[in-house]
Design a binder for this molecule. Structure first.
Ligand code: GDP
Ligand code: MN
Length: 384
């Protein structure tokens, strides 16, 4: 799960990470009031779940008196950055912060490294810009320390990283404290990522998190209701939000063939075979191993409410989910929703003969296929 910058900064501040003074604003009037309280130079920052806002026009350094006008231009705008995709994201919230003198822009990231099964703390003296570019072009400018969970982050590790950042004097101790606080926040919240880009050295020589991003492990959210409450559905794909209500694993894609599949492995294979047949999947929809007729109906409704879908491919292995239950769910859904796009069904497994009979005698227009490749070719032809 992702959260906004202002929410991440509040969490980090509670764990002792220094962040700029600032307030969230939902209207231009809020922004004006916040800017008046901060005074001097302020920064108006669009709050969307994507980075690269600076380059896209979502971060503006202005005089406090200008904050209201800047805020009213930014609120409601469709912000496009290299991370949002071409559709962009509508700005609904702003963060109004004190403007700071920046002497240096550094990078700090803490993520779980799956290959070593440890959190890895990464820093780079080349912060502020796209860190992906640094990783690609000058990987030797990224310094890493792996953290043994039992021992925690060692002071010697923070010193090594502080030296690598080119810090000196009292900044070494400050960086150590900041890194410890970041690790503390990461562990306490079951975060999967904390990223500070840029971590700045201020004009008067102090370290501060100027930007903040936190992601959390969805599987641990049950023990963090306060973090779960920070979820912003406006940032998520509406159909994905709808699907999650029915425990359906749905991800919207850009193609024209709607896929309904049980099991993530079969979903991957289905997308591959659609591509092989020359088509493009409109989504990834895994109804799970033990879906019932009601879930199938909702899955179908969500799938066909995507305007891009021109044909539907149902590819089911009937293990726990029996083929007759699937057929019942699909028939009910089509009767109720009046689906207009062609539907190709390939199923295999428990009660497959009974399932096929039900589809055939339903009087509805289904195309059935015995193999995955035959089904894929048919559905691609229909979508085209
Ligand atoms: P991102 O583009 O979405 O990663 O947003 P950031 O929060 O990282 O802001 C982008 C850039 O705006 C930073 O790298 C800074 O150069 C600049 N910026 C942000 N806040 C301030 C500030 O208080 N003062 C100054 N001078 N620049 C700022
Ligand atoms: Mn940033």
């Amino acid at each position: 799960m992702k959260i906004h910058e202002y929410q991440a900064k509040a969490i980090l501040a509670r764990h002792g990470v220094p962040v700029p003074r600032g307030e969230v604003a939902l209207s231009a009037a809020d922004a004006a009031a916040a800017a008046r309280r901060l005074g001097g130079t302020v920064v108006v920052k669009a709050q969307i779940h994507a980075g690269g806002r600076g380059k896209g026009g979502g971060v503006k350094v202005v005089k406090a008196e200008e904050a209201e006008a800047t805020a009213s231009r930014m609120l409601g705008m469709r912000l496009v950055t290299h991370q949002t995709g071409p559709a962009g994201q509508i700005v609904e919230r702003l963060l109004i912060e004190e403007g700071l003198q920046i002497a240096r822009e550094l990078y700090l990231g803490l993520v779980l490294d799956r290959s070593t099964e440890r959190p890895v703390l990464m820093v780079s003296p080349d912060g502020g810009v796209e860190i992906e570019k640094v990783a690609e072009e000058t990987p030797d400018r990224i310094f890493k320390e792996y953290i043994r969970p039992g021992a925690g982050l060692g002071a010697y590790q923070t010193r090594k990283l502080a030296f690598a950042l080119g810090l000196s004097g009292p900044q070494i101790g400050e960086a150590g404290k900041l890194m410890m606080a970041i690790y503390d926040a990461f562990r306490a919240t079951d975060a999967s990522l904390v990223e500070i880009n840029p971590l700045i050295v201020t004009g008067d020589g102090h370290l501060l998190a100027l930007d903040a991003k936190m992601n959390f492990d969805d599987n641990a959210l049950y023990r963090h209701p306060d973090i779960r409450d920070l979820r912003d559905p406006a940032e998520e794909e509406p159909l994905e939000v709808e699907a999650s209500k029915f425990s359906l694993n749905y991800i919207k894609l850009d193609g024209t063939i709607g896929c309904m599949v049980n099991g993530a492995g079969l979903a991957m294979a289905t997308m591959d075979i659609i591509k092989l047949a020359g088509g493009e999947p409109a989504n990834f929809l895994d109804v799970g191993g033990g879906a019932n007729a009601e879930q199938i109906r909702n899955a179908f409704r969500i799938l066909t409410s995507d305007a891009n879908v021109r044909a539907v491919f149902i590819n089911i292995f009937g293990g726990i989910l029996r083929c007759d239950v699937l057929a019942e769910g699909v028939i009910n859904a089509v009767k109720e929703l009046g689906v207009r796009v062609p539907i190709v069904i390939r199923m295999e497994g428990t009660n497959v003969e009974r399932g096929k009979e039900m589809l055939e005698s339903s009087g509805l227009n289904f195309t059935t296929a015995d193999t995955m490749s035959e089904a894929a070719e048919r559905v691609v032809a229909m979508a085209n």
